[in-house]
Design a protein around this ligand. Structure first.
Ligand code: ADP
Ligand code: MG
Length: 722
């Protein structure tokens, strides 16, 4: 490896460039067909119809669709678009699109631009190659995409091409969801319905709709593109499959919240501008813990839009980084032995009239409402910790969860001291009668003083209450947040329904008493999931086991939770996923896991065979030649250490060769395993562990071999030079 010399600083800042730029408020959402544009482009009656379809989920008639499509097309053409595309989220976890030009023949040799309501509402991408987990084999080969009116269409420029991009659902002809958006929309409906019912019981008649909100904090690395392109592992798998730890890592804590390097901040700036044009409310940016690691967080939004926006954010992050000769790494563990990338999913539920149901209120009544929803979330998570864990089970995330990194694979909830004390007193029955005065005595009425500092201290918890929301920290950085949000909505909907039913059955006139009795019982039944201590410790793992909390350390183990009667019943009861749809997701996730590991193994074998071993042989020869030449002049005992080095190196090379042969053998055997679960388990338990063993030896010779012979960029360069 040559020195880290010629780095592309060219596009940093133009010399003498002033920073006078228009404020974001002037261009925020300028690339979207949002309400402002609609108001300008659509007749009032059409706009009203469209809005009622969006807000109330009514069906859109073709006439309205035609007018909207025409307006969208005019707007798109004015802004340079040539094509339109339904943009959807198949179960690959990425996004997909197929572009169609607006042109249609108007005469024999002439065309005009047209875009009909039918084309807007529905499209057939003939996307039969997307994974369907057997759905399409059993039912119907094709799927179609359907416009999601609740997420604004936008213009996407890619190089020279500008495309009118229409957020869509992807569904089979027999109605099964083939994507990640459809179940999310269903879960949003479910949690809204359950919550409204509870609110009604609590005396709220004003709220008409409930939103689930998401605010994902996205972590990523930025490394120089020149290094990236020389690492097959990064290009093909998103992570380094080998590489020794650098002399300096993150131990000085000098990166976290540190001052941001110029080149990085230029990139962040361009990214923010781009995101704001898409109407994505990017808010916070900072250095993260690991060298070259950063974070971006938006203001939270309605879950459906927030999920779309996180996908668009990832897409823009990759693109903008390239313009700065950087590459954004969003894999959960791009580098061994330094922190990985997570995506903290902040989640809450709120009403259309502005009540955050997870925010402690100002009056005892508001606080009772808060406690009801808080305890419902605790109940939902405790009852379905295994299902929640399965939503973050991916090959990449296995390097965080269950490995020596936060958060652990055990799902537990952190509430903070104040709330824990209140939960304790409810459990002890101290608030059974709960007059306003008693509530005040117990500190429940002083809930509003809960401060962020108080609640946010425990960074080790996978699911922490942080003031007015829960923060699910086990989500992987590269994954879509759709399924985690879908499951949160669904398990909370079920828990709320169960709590509502219990309160109703206990209520014989004194509602408050009934509520506290139910809450007391629920705390007793679900407190195992509450934990305020350090989640990293061995002691917690033991304690969690005693409490019977699930601890699935690997993806194949964790995914089994999607194949249980409990999961089937839960998802079908709320119409979120039918049994067929759920099973397809289970199969696809297993297959994706096995495929990712297969690709990693093949890339690893290639790199070791074609880069590492040749470097090893080269240095071995150089050493041998040197010893031979020197032995004419130097006494034998002076050469002993060199001989030892040579013998050490030769031994390690032999070890790598033997390991590689075993790995190839395991890879071949993995190909013969037919059952999806068995294959995933084989990759996890046999192939992966063999690869890890070889990697260890490979990393140990990296520090022996001549730098000139080592063709792979090293960790110190990738992590510190940018
Ligand atoms: P913290 O310091 O606890 O991480 P921040 O205020 O920095 O909290 O917020 C982190 C993320 O949480 C942001 O994306 C923010 O928009 C989001 N967030 C804040 N409040 C809510 C809420 N009520 N529901 C969902 N997400 C929220
Ligand atoms: Mg946070």
């Amino acid at each position: 490896m040559k020195q880290a010399d010629h780095i592309g600083y060219a596009k940093l800042v133009e010399p003498g460039e002033t920073c006078k730029r228009p404020p974001a408020s002037e261009y925020f959402g300028s690339k979207t067909f949002n309400k402002v544009v609609m108001k300008e482009k659509l007749p009032q009656s059409i706009l009203a119809k469209l809005e009622s379809c969006i807000d109330e989920g009514a069906k859109l008639d073709l006439e309205t669709a035609n007018v909207v499509a025409h307006a969208m097309k005019e707007w798109a053409l004015e802004n340079g678009a040539t094509h339109y595309a339904h943009w959807f989220q198949p179960m690959t976890g990425a996004t997909a699109e197929k572009h169609d030009s607006f042109i249609e023949f108007s005469g024999e040799h002439t065309v005009i631009e047209r875009f009909s309501g039918e084309q807007l509402v529905q499209s057939e991408p003939d996307a039969s190659s997307f994974p369907s987990g057997g759905i399409r084999a059993t039912f119907e080969a094709r799927g179609y995409t359907a416009w999601d009116m609740s997420s604004p269409a936008f213009l996407r420029q890619n190089g020279k091409g500008i495309t009118l991009t229409i957020p869509s659902a992807f569904i089979s002809y027999t109605g099964e969801a083939l994507d990640k958006k459809t179940p999310l929309l269903r879960s949003i409906k479910a949690v809204s319905k359950s919550t409204l019912k509870m609110l009604k019981l609590l005396g709220n008649d004003t709220s008409k709709k409930v939103y689930s909100n998401v605010g994902p904090e996205q972590e990523y690395f930025l490394i120089d593109r020149r290094y990236y392109s020389r690492r097959q592992d990064l290009v093909l798998t998103g992570r380094t499959l080998l590489g020794a730890a650098p002399a300096k890592g993150q131990e000085l804590d000098d990166q976290y919240f540190g001052s941001i390097k110029e080149r990085i901040q230029s990139c962040m700036h361009d990214l923010d501008v781009e995101l704001h044009k898409f109407g994505i409310p990017a808010k916070t940016r900072h250095n993260e813990v690991a060298p070259s690691q950063f974070e971006i967080a938006p203001i939270f939004e309605d879950a459906n839009i927030g999920v779309d926006h996180n996908q668009l954010l990832l897409d823009n992050l990759r693109k903008v980084a390239r313009r700065h000769d950087l590459v954004a790494l969003t894999h959960e563990k791009p580098f061994a032995r330094v922190n990985g990338n997570g995506k903290h999913l902040n989640w809450s539920i709120s009403t259309d009239d502005g009540i955050n149901l997870l925010k402690p209120g100002k009056t005892p009544a508001e606080n009772i409402q808060f406690l009801v929803f808080l305890i419902s979330v605790i109940k939902g998570v405790n009852q379905n910790a295994d299902i929640l864990r399965s939503t973050v089970a991916t090959a990449g995330n296995d390097h965080r969860l269950g490995a020596n990194e936060a958060p652990p694979a055990i799902i537990s909830i952190f509430l903070g001291d104040q709330l824990s004390a209140i939960i304790d007193s409810i459990e002890k029955g101290e608030v059974h009668k709960a007059s306003d005065a008693e509530i005040i005595d117990l500190g429940i009425s002083s809930l509003p003083v809960l401060s962020k500092d108080n609640t946010d201290r425990n960074r080790t918890s996978p699911f922490a209450f942080t003031g007015n929301k829960f923060e699910f920290r086990a989500v992987g950085s590269s994954q879509s947040i759709s399924f985690p949000a879908t499951v949160l909505n669904t398990i909370v909907a079920e828990a709320i329904d169960e709590v509502t039913a219990s309160i109703e059955s206990k209520n014989s006139g004194d509602l408050r008493k009934a509520i506290f009795e139910v809450l007391q019982a629920e705390i007793k039944a679900n407190k195992a999931v509450l934990f305020s201590g350090d989640n990293y410790t061995e002691a917690w793992h033991k304690e969690a086991e005693k409490r019977g909390l699930p601890n699935f350390k690997s993806t194949p183990e964790a995914l089994k939770a999607l194949n249980t009667d409990k999961a089937k019943a839960l998802f079908s009861k709320y119409g979120v996923l039918s049994e067929v749809e759920l099973h397809s997701r289970y199969e696809i996730k297993l297959e994706t896991y096995a495929t990712r590991l297969k690709i990693e193994t093949k890339a690893f074998i290639d790199m070791v065979s074609c880069q590492v071993l040749p470097a090893g042989y080269g240095y071995q020869k150089a050493l041998a030649d040197s010893i031979k030449a020197a032995s004419e002049y130097a006494p034998a005992d002076a050469l002993a250490p060199q001989k030892e080095l040579l013998s050490d190196l030769a031994g390690k090379i032999g070890c790598i060769q033997a390991g590689l042969a075993g790995l190839k053998d395991a890879l071949a055997k993995a190909g013969d395993v037919e059952d999806a679960l068995a294959a995933a388990e084989f990759y996890c338990n046999t192939v992966k562990s063999k690869m890890d063993e070889v990697r260890e030896v490979v990393d140990s010779i990296e520090g022996l071999v001549d730098n000139e012979l080592w063709s792979l960029p090293k960790y110190w360069e990738m992590l510190f030079v940018n």
